[in-house]
Design a protein around this ligand. Structure first.
Ligand code: KG4
Ligand code: ZN
Length: 337
């Protein structure tokens, strides 16, 4: 079964064709980074207008790369949440029209579940496991029982991890996109140049939760003072110290979740899972099997949407043609006791 996957939740316009939920036949990802760079962040209206211009050529390229015709497509999967609604609507409306005209089923999928699914496109992974989803909008530690069923153990109580990378980078003018710029600079910096405190969310209901708003403010305020009064702190040192603090926070929660659940497999997904320090630290753990997708499948892409969508279609689930787009996640709310 060939599933066409459409992803347009933020600034990547992507279409992919995946066979039977596992074999990537084509995966075209067209990034809007250069368009949003002058603004140091994604401008929602520009993003959705750009998707409108790009979506058809991107799908045509995905078909061409796959050596397939439209008539070969058996189903269409599309991100319907979470994301920028204007951007989501472009992909969703396209997917509806495409599936309607071909008379093939449509399935709307959740972007976060798709990030968790991404490494399944590269190797076989048995359920259950721990899922760590770290992106620009979400920071989630979950027990994952199947492609569709997950229980959130921990989450951020304020900003997302990737958002903190993006904001620190923007404040110091380190480059855009922020996460990639911090990662690149951090490789040349001293991670012990500055120490930032771990937010005191250690116990009870917050045992697996993280908070990034305090860290972000500390990095911005303390280092501004430091720069004004002492030697100029190098950008590399700021990047390395911030990166270590931000990632160690996650690693600590993951360690607790491994200990408490007894789960010995972990999948890390989402844009921040591309971070060099995070990947090194996870790979260095010999008590758990760690699966991280290749860099291309960490950030937003249509292949993870098509791969996940296949499993719903295979069990005869379909979305109605009036399915809507939503900015927020569904079913990923942490339930506090
Ligand atoms: O999953 P993604 O592509 O889009 C969302 O669903 O949000 O994640 C984007 C986020 C951004 O915040 C970006 O700065 C961050 O992932 N990111 C990174 C790295 N590459 C991307 N953060 C840290 N290190 C990286 N190498
Ligand atoms: Zn994403």
């Amino acid at each position: 079964m060939y599933v066409l996957g459409i992803e347009s939740s933020c600034d990547e316009c992507s279409a992919a064709i995946v066979e039977n939920g596992s074999k990537i036949i084509s995966n075209v990802v067209k990034s809007q980074i250069s368009i949003h760079r002058p603004y140091d962040g994604v401008v929602p209206e520009i993003a959705s207008r750009t998707h409108t211009e790009w979506i058809i050529p991107v799908v045509e390229k995905a078909l061409e790369d796959a050596g397939l015709e439209k008539a070969d497509i058996d189903g269409v999967a599309v991100t319907s949440r979470p994301g920028l609604v204007g951007s989501l609507l472009v992909g969703l409306s396209f997917a509806k029209g495409f599936s309607y005209s071909l008379g093939v089923p449509l399935i709307a999928v959740d972007h976060i579940k798709a990030h968790i699914y991404a490494p399944h496109l590269e190797q076989e992974i048995e359920y259950p496991y721990l899922g760590l989803i770290v992106s620009g909008g979400h920071t989630i530690i979950a027990r994952v029982n199947s492609f569709d069923e997950m229980e959130v153990l921990g989450t951020t109580i304020d900003d997302a991890c990737g958002e903190a990378f993006d904001k620190v980078a923007k404040h110091y003018g380190l480059g855009y996109p922020g996460g990639v710029a911090v990662d690149r600079l951090a490789r040349k910096g001293r991670s012990d140049a500055f120490n930032f405190p771990d937010p005191s969310l250690h116990k009870g209901e917050h045992r697996y939760d993280v908070s990034y708003s305090g860290l972000k403010t500390a990095v911005i305020n303390q280092l501004d003072q430091f720069r004004a009064t002492k030697d100029k702190a190098g950008d590399e040192d700021i990047a390395a110290s911030f990166e270590k603090a931000a990632i160690d926070l996650l690693l600590k929660r993951v360690g607790r979740a491994v200990e408490d659940t007894g789960l010995r497999r972990l999948i890390a997904g989402g844009g921040v899972a591309a971070n060099t320090y995070l990947r090194e630290q996870l790979a260095g753990r010999d008590d758990i099997e760690v699966y991280t997708p290749s860099l291309k499948l960490c950030t937003d892409n249509g292949a993870m949407i098509a791969g996940l969508g296949y499993h719903y279609l295979a069990r005869d689930e379909r979305s109605p043609l009036n399915v809507n787009a939503f900015s927020r996640v569904d079913g990923f709310k942490k339930v506090y006791p």
